[in-house]
Design a protein around this ligand. Structure first.
Ligand SMILES: [Zn+2]
Length: 411
């Protein structure tokens, strides 16, 4: 059997041509849904006739389409430059889509996403303070049913991103603490609210955002990708190891926001004291600038205004950004010692803060991690909008990439 190109590209077993088709579709997916036939054939590495057979298979299944006429090959950044004209291959408008939902503390996003990680439609609704579990899940499933009906495409399934550690086995969200909820059987609640037998997958928001960055964003090609993010409240973390989310024994791993940064620090909602997210998240940034730190009303917007003030050289804003960057660098140093990443991505507000805080973060990393001093780990801002939504869709689209199955269109 032809070996897979990477660990994240695994086809159906026992059939070389189906395996080639699965790998080809995965290459197209990772290329953003469009590539030339020549590029795909070269990357597939199984010979032109086998690649042609795989491509025909995908066309016949309604998963991809090939332009009628060849056009000049675009530069692919590999230094090979434009080549001979080649047919362009696209994700087909008959291919299945994923429905994705991303629950945040203040908003609910629901999207339709196709192969290639293309977001076809997003709907956002505000979330009230301390929302009721049942009413939120009624809203999620109402939106999913509506988008599924209106998509005009076969629905491969549902992916849900939760602001909580999520148990792999059954999609149970252990503690969506910032929503002030106890455990939520997320997969069961979504299934109960649907009238179609769509498969439902659930993941932690930071894990899903990191997965999307690894496949479609600034994490492409990393072997051990460490991801940290902060948005409205808290700090989320994830490790993508050889293309796979590192979940620990049950799926709860990488709660980096709850590593101890100050043993005598203030009490955290998790029950511990001085957790990293208490001293280095969006609320902490606001407090460091002596500004209101309530997470309820538009704190992300106010934090962005603060960072923009630091960009203009405002002393109080600069001091706050420096303070948070130092604590963040210290937290990252500990994670480097434990995880030995080959790339670190900062998402959400941290991506915005990073250009100002890079020097302090790097200095703390070097001072506190001997592994960092031996081999510095590149730190980059994350690049994707809607990363958690895209990651939720990945959970669904993986099944399409592996089985090449196209479900019947939604009624
Ligand atoms: Zn904590």
């Amino acid at each position: 059997m032809t070996p897979p190109l990477s660990s994240s590209i695994i086809g159906p077993s026992g059939n070389d041509s189906a395996n080639n088709a699965s790998r080809l579709l995965t290459l197209l997916h990772h290329a953003g849904g469009e590539a030339t036939r020549a590029e795909l054939t070269a990357e597939l590495g199984c010979g032109r006739s086998a690649a042609g057979y795989a491509l025909s298979d995908l066309v016949n299944r309604g998963l991809v389409r090939v332009d009628d006429r060849p056009t000049a090959r675009r530069g692919d950044g590999s230094g090979s430059g434009p080549g001979r004209p080649s047919h362009h291959v696209h994700v087909a408008a008959t291919s299945p889509v994923a429905l994705a939902a991303h629950l945040r503390v203040d908003t609910l996003d629901v999207a339709v996403i196709e192969l290639g990680g293309r977001v076809l439609r997003v709907e956002r609704e505000p979330i009230e303070v301390r929302p009721d579990v049942a009413s939120i899940f009624l809203r999620i499933t109402r939106l999913l049913r509506k988008l599924g009906r209106e998509a005009g495409r076969p629905i491969a399934g549902i992916g849900v991103s939760m602001p909580s550690p999520v148990r792999t086995e059954d999609g149970y969200a252990l503690e969506p603490r910032h929503l002030e909820w106890a455990g939520v059987p997320t997969r069961d609640l979504v299934r109960e609210g649907l009238d179609e037998p769509w498969p439902v997958h659930v993941g932690n928001d930071a894990n899903l955002a990191a997965l999307a960055e690894h496949r479609h964003g600034a994490g492409r090609g990393a072997h051990q990708l460490l991801y940290l993010t902060t948005e409205h409240i808290g700090i989320g973390g994830a490790l993508i190891t050889e293309g796979t989310v590192f979940g620990g024994a049950r799926g709860y791993a990488m709660e980096v926001g709850h590593t101890t940064a100050d043993a005598d620090g203030p009490r955290c909602s998790c029950g511990s004291r001085g957790c990293l997210e208490l001293v280095a998240d969006t609320r902490a940034l606001m407090r460091a600038a002596y500004l209101p730190d309530s997470p309820v009303t538009g704190i992300e917007y106010r934090a962005r205004v603060l960072i923009e003030a630091a960009e203009r050289g405002d002393p109080a804003a600069t001091q706050a950004v420096d303070h948070i960057s130092t604590l963040l660098g210290s937290g990252i140093a500990g994670l480097i010692n434990v995880l030995d990443p080959d790339r670190i991505l900062l998402g959400g507000l941290l991506a915005k803060l990073y250009p100002l805080g890079a020097a302090r973060i790097a200095a703390e990393m070097a001072e506190r991690s001997f592994l960092e001093r031996a081999v510095p780990v590149p730190v980059l801002p994350a690049t994707l909008d809607c990363a958690a939504l895209l990651g939720a869709a990945e959970l669904v689209l993986d099944h399409v990439l592996q089985t090449l199955q196209v479900p019947a269109p939604a009624e």
